[in-house]
Design a protein. Structure first.
Length: 630
């Protein structure tokens, strides 16, 4: 079939903006239209073509971890055969869980079919896709739902194209076009936003466009051109060092779809039009690598869980950069998951097929060379560790602003791993639906909005300062103002002053490794009135206070000692975190905060310094010097 794509229609979407947003698009609309017009009508073509299965199967069989992961994926596909297809059942305003379930089922069934050539998987995948295709819509009011459902049917349609009856293909294609692509022509804030919605929505829609390109060349060209124009806006957020402003959990979501988009374009059109030429984007796997501590837990700032499992995008980055050390945690996560055995159940990660497609035989992954990493940008962060073994010391600290997408009032917050235990924790996000269903306006980020009354989102629950009981300033942005990777005294200093505008004249926080121990120090100056400042650290450990300036934490048979070095006379106390104040707050079982309060005179300078040391670790108590002299 000779496809024709109007250059003028592509140009109308690309415009001149894409030339500045993606400089590598040298020939702009002409090149895109030409490439679209040369695509043969064969399927499958997304990510790997017909005939590529043998090489992929050989690669998987050459590596025990990949082979075991495929066996778990196949078990997931087998388990799906006994389940009813998805139904259009929303949870609050979202159909997203249904879309993700459909994507997981269809991709597993289709991938297993292609790897085994067993026809047993095709009828079940067909039932799943036809059920979704029959929905009245895919909930465009929450457009992530549409994007992920479009991705689900696009993958199934393309990978199983030659095994589907013509009438079935027609129904599935019509749903992709009408409920996915054409629905997206109405636009929305997601089109040009800079957060994960941009990456996920354009990524899912481009899969749909490439899948139906044969019959809808004009529409497909429009969808792809729009993505090429707008996805660079989200990719700019990685500047300059690769930090994902929304935290490692949303890194996995947004970045995976960004990689899916790039890989899909390359597999079908032979180019990604320069998207992967972004230096900051190619640095971002380092952020994700370093954002996991020795315990295997994230530095889970913003709306982030504590653990993310395997991240398929990291395998793409490792292959692209020829750097197997990027898979340090990926190997560990695969081994942990597979070691759980049958009780772990079949795989649930909807991106697992991509891990197998992009992954290389893992073998012995070398430890990363860097122990210290920092990045600037909308959410500056730094992570320091004493090593890459599971007993190493790890401390992560962040600056940034509560105003960024999914952010909390956690400016200056830190997490801490020592001796195999996560001691200083972040509670992470509360279920969005649990709050929205009780009428909370969760997404208004005004200074006095309801969002900041939620305990897990304000600074009362984070490992940072609370000044006179007040919330942090939403518009304040805290930069990293000092950092060193000197192995003798690695440190980072964050200027938190903007987060406490009108509350403190100065608030600088530094974290420093002192051998295997950690010093957390705040250099503060007050305004023209006495000010009460609270220092706090959330933990799951049992806490005892043997003397005023010392707290002893016990967890998993290990011990951590906190000692107040300054101010003199400060006394540790334990604050309740299990039962937050509002009826809409989630409970936090087995959680408490250890901290202290100090009243600081008007127009005075004060230093808070807490020394944290595990077990019998030998670390001399550091001398307190100003952060400017670190």
């Amino acid at each position: 079939m000779n496809l024709y794509v109007s250059i003028s229609s592509v140009t109308a979407v690309l415009g001149v903006a894409v030339l500045s947003a993606a400089p590598a698009l040298a020939s702009g609309a002409d090149e895109l239209a030409a490439r679209l017009g040369r695509i043969p009508p064969s399927h499958p073509r997304l990510f790997f073509s017909e005939g590529d299965e043998a090489a992929l199967k050989a690669k998987i069989e050459s590596d025990p971890l990949l082979e075991a992961a495929f066996e778990r994926l196949q078990a997931g596909a087998d388990a799906t055969k006994h389940l009813d297809p998805v139904k259009r059942e929303k949870v609050g305003k979202r159909l997203l869980g249904v879309s993700r379930t459909c994507l997981q089922r269809v991709s597993y069934l289709a991938f297993t079919h292609r790897m085994t050539r067993s026809e047993n998987y095709v009828p079940r995948a067909q039932r799943e896709m036809l059920a979704a295709a029959a929905f009245e819509d895919w909930n465009p009011s929450h457009f992530l739902d549409v994007a992920e459902m479009t991705a689900a049917l696009a993958i199934g349609y393309d990978w199983l194209y030659n095994d589907l009856a013509p009438d079935v293909r027609k129904k599935i294609k019509r749903a992709i076009v009408e409920k996915g692509l054409r629905t997206s022509q109405d636009g929305g804030w997601w089109v040009a936003t800079t957060n994960n919605w941009n990456q996920v929505c354009h990524g899912g829609l481009v899969l749909g466009a490439l899948a139906v390109l044969d019959d809808e060349p004009e529409l497909a060209g429009e969808i792809i051109a729009r993505a090429l124009k707008n996805v660079p806006r989200a990719m700019h957020e990685y500047e300059p060092d690769g930090v994902y402003p929304e935290g490692p959990g949303y890194w996995k979501y947004g970045t995976t779809y960004n990689v899916v988009l790039i890989a899909a374009l390359e597999s079908v059109l032979g180019t990604d039009f320069g998207l992967a030429d972004s230096p900051a984007f190619m640095k971002t796997p380092e952020f994700y690598l370093h954002a996991t501590g020795p315990t295997g837990l994230y530095f889970n700032f913003a709306d982030c869980g504590t653990r993310g499992g395997s991240a398929s995008a990291m395998h793409w980055f490792a292959a692209r950069r020829k750097d197997p050390s990027l898979l340090w945690w990926e190997r560990a996560e695969l081994e942990r998951w597979l070691a759980q055995g049958a009780e772990a159940g079949p795989a649930r990660d909807r991106t697992l097929p991509f891990l197998l497609i992009w992954g290389q035989p893992i073998g012995d992954v070398p430890a990363p060379q860097k122990l210290h990493w920092k990045g600037a940008g909308p959410t500056p962060v730094a992570m320091h560790r004493s090593g890459w073994d599971h007993l190493a010391t790890f401390v992560g600290i962040k600056g940034g602003s509560p105003s960024t997408n999914h952010a909390h009032m956690d400016t200056g917050s830190f997490v801490l791993d020592m001796d195999g235990v996560r001691w200083a924790i972040d509670l992470g996000a509360q279920s969005y639906h649990s709050l929205e269903s009780k009428g909370i306006n969760l997404w208004d980020k005004g200074q006095n909005s309801e969002r900041w009354t939620v305990f897990r989102l304000n600074n009362l629950s984070h490992n940072t300062l609370v000044v006179d009981g007040q919330p942090q300033r939403v518009k304040g942005h805290a930069p990293i103002v000092g950092s060193s990777d000197d192995p003798e005294a690695p440190y980072t200093v964050v200027d938190m002053t903007p987060a406490y505008k009108g509350q403190l004249a100065q608030a600088h926080r530094g974290v420093r490794l002192v051998g295997p121990a950690v010093l957390v120090q705040d250099d503060l100056k007050t305004l023209d009135h006495e000010t009460v400042v609270r220092w706090g650290m959330a933990t799951h450990a049992e806490v005892t206070i043997p003397r005023a300036d010392t707290a002893t934490l016990k967890q998993d048979g290990r011990t951590l000692t906190l000692r107040i070095l300054s101010p003199e006379g400060a006394t540790f106390t334990v604050y309740d975190m299990e039962n937050p104040p509002q009826d809409y707050d989630a409970k936090n079982p087995n959680t408490r905060m250890v901290g202290f309060e100090a009243a600081i005179d008007a127009s005075a300078a004060e230093t808070f310094a807490v020394f944290l040391k595990a077990g019998q670790a030998q670390s001399d108590t550091p001398t307190i010097i100003p952060l400017t002299d670190w």
